[in-house]
Write a protein that binds this ligand. Structure first.
Ligand code: GLU
Length: 305
């Protein structure tokens, strides 16, 4: 699956480039915006590629047979899951977590085939066996667990609001009554903000970058999704956007995969655990998500089932 070059993503790329060339304001504390991979950014760790991995997992055996790992991720979330439209290079926290897992399974980076999958298509793509696993701000919840398996959580985010820098009326979820709030189909923050108690006029699009574009052009008043994602957009659009900073849900991120492949799920949990313990996870965080103004916190305890 190829990502169509959308105008919104192009804007995000331009914004990332612009901030890298001297933008001074980030989302939290107005730190200078440094992108993952910049020379001034912390170095990413090197992943040790496991050898002779044997696993009674149908997904893994299929991947070994084809000699490629099919990984689903996002492409329009700076600092998390981002694809540069000119170089086709992917960067961000989720991208690195996915590569780290691939190494633990014995796959080098050149053996990864990436698929860009937006929120609304995750369950159907995984259930149809089109990818081996998915890493892309994917909240673990019971409804999704009925369709897919999750290893994790490996990070805990919370829904928040992104507004224009000069916005003063929107100070939290209790002040969006009558306001146009954009989010995307198939996401948990969209379900949350649709609740009548908030009284928001919701605008539902397919990609967060499209919501951000509408915020910049004043077609909507706010964008809601996880704080981690919003901080990335704020940093990428320095001086124009800010995150309100009042998280109002809990969004534990998991690695999505086939519901019945417990062997793969356990193996990915083992890989996450080992990399958290040896400090690789923290190094990844500091070289990616940490650059957008999200302070490092210890990851939540893994839940095995
Ligand atoms: N974490 C939320 C979810 O899984 C929002 C982010 C996203 O759409 O990926 O629905």
């Amino acid at each position: 699956m190829k990502l169509r070059k959308s105008a919104a993503v192009a804007v995000a790329v331009l914004a990332l480039t612009a901030t890298a060339c001297g933008g001074k304001e980030g989302s939290a504390g107005d730190k200078p915006a440094v992108k993952p991979g910049d020379s001034s950014a912390p170095q990413l760790p090197k992943y040790i590629v496991a050898t002779d991995v044997k696993l009674e997992s149908p997904t893994f055996k299929e991947a070994q047979k084809r000699g490629k790992l099919l990984i689903g991720s996002k492409a329009d979330q700076p600092y998390l899951g981002f694809e540069d439209q000119s170089t086709k290079e992917r960067s961000g926290f989720d991208v690195e977590i996915a590569k780290m897992i691939a190494a633990g399974l014995g796959f080098t980076e050149d053996k990864i085939e990436w698929e860009t999958i937006d929120s609304k298509s995750r369950e159907s793509t995984i259930s149809a066996g089109k990818i081996d696993y998915y890493v892309g701000t994917y909240t673990i919840n019971d409804k999704r667990k009925a369709q897919v398996g999750f290893a994790g959580p490996y990070y805990k985010a919370g829904a928040d609001l992104l507004v224009r820098k000069d916005e003063t009326a929107i100070t939290g979820p209790q002040s969006v009554k009558g306001k146009k709030v954009c989010s995307i189909t198939g996401s948990t923050p969209l379900q949350e903000i649709k609740k009548p108690e908030y009284g928001a006029q919701t605008v539902e699009l397919g990609k967060y970058s499209d919501c951000v574009q509408q915020l910049l052009t004043k077609q909507v008043d706010a964008v809601t999704t996880d704080d981690a994602i919003l901080k990335g957009y704020a940093a990428a659009n320095a001086g124009k956007l800010k995150v309100v900073g009042k998280p109002f849900t809990e969004e534990p991120y998991g690695v999505g995969m086939n519901k019945d492949d417990k062997v793969l799920r356990d193996k990915i949990s083992d890989i996450l655990e080992a990399n958290i313990k040896d400090g690789t996870y923290k190094k990844i965080y500091e070289a990616t998500l940490g650059l957008s103004g999200s302070e490092y916190t210890e990851p939540p305890a893994l839940v095995r089932y």
